[in-house]
Design a binder for this molecule. Structure first.
Ligand SMILES: NC(=O)C1=CN([C@@H]2O[C@H](COP(=O)(O)OP(=O)(O)OC[C@H]3O[C@@H](n4cnc5c(N)ncnc54)[C@H](OP(=O)(O)O)[C@@H]3O)[C@@H](O)[C@H]2O)C=CC1
Ligand SMILES: O=C(O)C1=N[C@H](C(=O)O)C[C@H](O)C1
Length: 246
């Protein structure tokens, strides 16, 4: 049995993860910790799963690494600087594994890969992410990750910036600029987590869309990561390696 602690256990994702762990025969939920509660409840855990808040996650991970607890992290807000800090923490405890993923749903992982593959073939690309109105961060971690991967693929293909004649705009009208890719955010009651990648060239467009209609969509990826992280010392970014996607 792998002993699992959940941080953010009373949140939307944390509660779903607690249910998924309790329903898995090879996993045991040993701690369910929420804001203001003592992380020491997780001391006996093999793996901690963090779905908290971008402001809280780094302290939680510092605690995990210091206590030799592997971690699976869904909380967003990981830029290069944060990943570097995490690598530095892990260098002190090289036996510990931490897996950070912007999105644990299989469809979203595939969407990001397909967008990266298509990027070199289209002059234009923009991303629209659509989420529930309780989301704290914008753009979403998934949209930011997608934009960075698309931008890298375009750069590798020597593509110039997407065409855009805008000379005059209200602030925000053209979305956020992530590595030169425009990302637009929608917050709407009734939504869970959705994204469209719009690609266009002369005479055609390609739209890649993914919808998480229920938070159960993230659970197969989270459980696969929980089962794998103990055998992956150091930092793993994304769930592709765990899914055998290379
Ligand atoms: N990678 C992925 O596949 C996914 C990632 N996410 C990300 O996961 C994060 C959480 O999302 P969601 O569940 O919707 O958010 P919620 O606000 O519903 O849940 C977050 C929970 O964490 C609690 N919390 C805050 N600080 C701490 C702390 N220091 N220790 C323990 N618990 C804490 C919050 O308590 P309180 O409300 O009292 O502050 C709340 O109960 C977000 O960053 C989101 O973007 C979401 C879905 C999928
Ligand atoms: O806050 C959410 O809900 C989600 N957050 C992640 C993100 O920011 O990409 C993953 C998914 O989009 C749901």
């Amino acid at each position: 049995m792998t002993k699992v602690a959940v941080f953010g256990a009373r949140g939307k994702m944390g509660a779903e993860v607690c249910r998924a762990v309790e329903g898995a025969e090879d996993l045991e939920l040993v701690a369910a910790v929420d804001a203001g509660e003592d992380l020491r409840a997780a001391e006996g855990a093999d793996v901690a799963v963090d779905f908290t808040h971008p402001d809280a996650v780094m302290d939680n991970l510092a605690w995990c690494v210091a206590h030799g607890v592997h971690a699976v992290v869904g909380t967003t807000g990981f830029d290069d600087a944060r990943l570097e800090r995490l690598r530095a923490l892990l260098a002190e405890r090289p036996e510990v594994g931490v897996l950070v993923a912007a999105n644990f749903s299989i469809g979203a992982v595939l969407m990001m890969r397909f967008a990266e593959q298509a990027a070199a073939f289209y002059e234009s690309v923009e991303i629209v992410e659509l989420h529930h109105p309780g989301k704290a961060d914008a753009p979403s971690g998934t949209a930011t990750t997608t934009a960075r991967r698309v931008a890298a693929a375009r750069a590798a293909a020597d593509l110039p910036a997407p065409p855009d004649a805008t000379m005059q705009e209200l602030p925000g009208a053209r979305g956020a600029d992530v590595d030169g890719i425009r990302v637009h955010g929608v917050r709407l009651r009734g939504l869970v987590a959705h994204q469209e990648v719009l690609l266009g060239s002369e005479g055609e467009t390609l739209t890649l869309r993914h919808d998480s209609l229920d938070r159960v969509s993230f659970m197969p990826g989270v459980l696969a990561a929980v089962r794998a992280v103990g055998d992956r010392p150091g930092l793993t970014v994304g769930i592709e390696p765990v899914l055998g996607l290379g």
